[in-house]
Design a protein around this ligand. Structure first.
Ligand code: FES
Ligand code: FES
Length: 162
């Protein structure tokens, strides 16, 4: 039997120390050990994007990342990004444009959008669609999601130029 391994990391600004099974995914660690259920699980094979979180500033699939791989790192989940206000404009735009229905895909969509907008301040609709190609939504048909992200991209750009 494999012994649990010690990990130390920062999650949403707070230090965390735990012993974890070597094969425990970061998604299960966040959801089961820390109660951060905003990180959703869909396919559990890197295809749907529901489980995206930020690890050391980059969006990663928490279903494909082991908790032990986050040892020493900094994890931000949708809860932490929400609390910090990082996603406030995206969340408001998603709400205003009805860019969510069941909401299952929404945390991953928000993390993907935030990650993408941080890299490309002036994206086209095609580029936004491309950036979301790893995020599945069964409900919305994507148009409203792209509208919301395009609106935030414009507003952030205008804010930077003001
Ligand atoms: S649950 Fe991780 S990509 Fe689908
Ligand atoms: S809102 Fe239901 S899966 Fe996207």
């Amino acid at each position: 039997m494999t012994e649990p391994l010690p990990i130390r990391l920062t999650v949403n600004g707070a230090p965390v120390r735990r012993f974890v099974e070597p094969r425990l995914s970061l998604a299960d660690f966040l959801r089961q050990d820390l109660g951060l259920t905003g990180t959703h699980l869909g396919c559990e094979m890197g295809a749907c994007g529901a489980c995206l979180v930020r690890l050391d500033g980059r969006a990663v699939h928490a279903c494909l990342t082991l908790a032990v791989q986050a040892d020493g790192g900094t994890v931000e989940t949708v809860e932490g990004l929400t609390e910090a206000g990082t996603l406030a404009d995206l969340q408001a735009a998603f709400h205003a444009r009805n860019a969510l229905q069941c909401g299952y895909c929404t945390p991953g969509m928000l993390v993907a959008a935030q990650d993408y907008l941080a890299q490309d301040g002036a994206p086209s609709r095609e580029a936004i669609r491309d950036a979301l190609s790893g995020n599945y939504c069964r409900c919305t048909g994507y148009e409203a999601i792209v509208d919301a992200i395009a609106e935030v991209a414009r507003a952030r750009r205008a804010g930077r130029q003001a």
